[in-house]
Design a protein around this ligand. Structure first.
Ligand code: UD1
Ligand code: CA
Length: 506
């Protein structure tokens, strides 16, 4: 089988999109982690065209900047004040080399579900038949305001008539066109053209129609007169032709896109417990036998290994997650989560978090710009920002890395196999060496050397008889009196209490 690569793809994206009611240009609205025009460009790239041109006009600067940012090889073509898809196409051609021959595909910047596979099929059908034009059509109950596919007595494509023009002809009582409004086959607006035919035909297209626009669809009738086939190729998968014009359609196509993405991952070996509450962006990759539990969103450029468990109720954006990690009820952004780690529940991993293999970030922990070494643990109720934590270190419950002095952020280092007691504050910049301890409840401001324990807290002072004197007649005083038999008269401290300085372990 030969592969068919078109000479160019032209994406029309100059239209206004008023119904969107948004300060964001229509083609920059996002579903599945990409802009609408981003989806169109991605599909176009799948057919390997020599050139990719995007025609812009409305909100030109924003759209052009976005197009070049996501695909620096794409050509931005400006449409002038002449309105219509035909003019847009002409402006696209003007930005391409004039000597270009072969097939040019035309698609639209607001049709996000069109796949690269469909464009490949369109190119193949077009080139194998040696057609001048091949357009993708679809059949529905009511073709609404779409352009109607008008076929001749032999069933061949004769012309495309825009809905408004068909309606006017019917109102005028034109017997040849009375039926056109009722035609159920419509033009999707996605085409393959022989570029030379397209150029010649566009030269002849005028603006004598209901909308005063230069219609690309008028090319069909003209091309047909040259004698080579013009073909309407029906596409069964309707959703691929659907455009986005308002926010209701944006949500509907976003949901359908997600359904398709999730289904593809399941076919590729991912276990999705509840596809209906799982949202996965287009650019996410996931390894085999990974389990996605309900209420999970995997966003942006996230990469997930094999046999991972994510969820329930987790949002992971632009993260790398290693094999066999477990991420439960977590919000993570721009973080790296190593193999065989555990994260959550109720953890917040902010940008720059690097949890190395076998490490742990436990419940109610927030991390930011923090490297947590292999097998190291930050198990409970901790803020860990701007830190480097060595292999096998343990950070006790409720530890705060005080990284901000109100002006600048500072760094904290905790060495290999070091141990920070619960409820400590590490006031950055500070350095705790390898193999060191920090006593629970300490506020650490100076370096702790290897093998040392730093104790930085007020000493305990017990005052005998205080409850009896100051809280006489209370249940506490009664309990104290009852218990006083068990008190060691020497120290006033109940037996079994120790001077343990350390954190709790899990
Ligand atoms: C067009 C087709 C119609 C088809 C429909 C499918 C024409 C005349 N009609 O309808 O047969 O059923 O698409 O959706 O082509 N655009 C520009 N510049 C312009 C006008 C439009 O770039 O001056 C772009 C828009 O951004 C959009 C696409 O072309 O991406 C289609 O424009 P739109 O106005 O939605 O389509 P219609 O002309 O109504
Ligand atoms: Ca229009």
């Amino acid at each position: 089988m030969t592969s068919h690569h078109p000479a160019a793809v032209i994406i029309l994206a100059a239209g206004q999109g008023t119904r969107m009611k948004s300060s964001i240009p229509k083609v920059l609205q996002r579903i599945g982690g990409r802009s609408l025009v981003g989806h169109a460009m991605y599909a176009a790239r799948q057919v390997g065209p020599q050139h990719l041109a995007v025609v812009v006009r409305h909100e030109r600067e924003q759209v052009a900047a976005h197009v070049t940012e996501i695909d620096p090889g794409a050509i931005v073509a400006d449409q002038d004040e002449v309105p219509g898809t035909g003019r847009a196409c002409e402006c696209g051609l003007a930005a391409l080399p004039p000597e270009l021959t072969g097939t040019v595909l035309v698609t639209m910047g607001d049709v996000p579900l069109l796949s690269g596979e469909t464009l490949r099929e369109l190119t193949r059908v077009h080139e194998e038949r040696g057609s001048a034009v091949t357009l993708l059509s679809a059949v529905v109950e009511d073709a609404g305001t779409y352009g109607r596919v008008v076929r001749d007595a032999d069933g061949e494509l004769a012309e495309i008539m825009e809905f408004k023009d068909a309606r006017r002809r019917r109102e005028e009582g034109d017997p040849d066109y009375a039926h056109v409004v009722d035609i159920r086959e419509f033009n999707s607006g996605i085409y393959a053209f022989d570029v030379e035919v397209l150029r010649r035909a566009l030269d002849q297209v005028g603006r004598a129609n209901e909308q005063g626009e230069k219609y690309l669809t008028d090319v069909i009738k003209i091309a047909r007169q040259e004698g080579r086939p013009v073909v309407a190729h029906p596409l069964a998968d309707l959703m691929q032709t659907e455009g986005v014009n308002d926010k209701v359609q944006l949500a509907a196509l976003g949901k359908e896109l997600n359904r398709r993405i999730v289904e593809q991952h399941m076919r590729d070996g991912v276990i999705v417990v509840d596809p209906d509450t799982t949202w996965i962006d287009a650019d996410v990759s996931i390894g085999q036998d990974t389990v996605i539990r309900p209420g999970t969103q995997l966003l942006g450029a996230t990469t997930i290994g094999a046999e991972v468990t994510i969820g329930p109720d987790s949002t992971v954006s632009d993260c790398e997650v290693g094999d066999r990690a477990r991420v439960v009820r977590t919000q993570a952004e721009h973080a790296q989560i190593g193999a065989d780690t555990t994260v959550g529940p109720f953890s917040y991993l902010r940008p720059g978090t690097v949890l190395m293999e076998r490490g742990k970030i436990g419940g109610f922990v927030e991390t930011k710009n923090a490297e947590i070494g292999p097998g190291a643990k930050v198990p409970h109720l901790t803020y860990c920002g701007d830190a480097t934590i060595g292999e096998g270190a343990n950070i006790g419950a409720g530890t705060i890395f005080a990284n901000y002095d109100g002006v600048t952020k500072h760094h904290t280092t905790v060495g290999r196999h070091s141990f920070v007691g619960s409820d400590s504050v590490l006031v950055a910049p500070v350095d705790i060496a390898d193999g060191a301890y920090v006593a629970a409840g300490s506020t650490i401001e100076g370096r702790v050397e290897p093998g040392q324990i730093a104790v930085a807290r007020a000493r305990q002072r017990n005052i005998d008889g205080w409850v009896a004197r100051r809280r006489a007649g209370t249940p506490t005083a009664a309990a104290a009196e009852q218990a006083s038999g068990a008190t060691d008269p020497g120290t006033g401290i109940p037996e079994g209490s120790s001077d343990d300085t350390t954190a709790q372990e899990d």
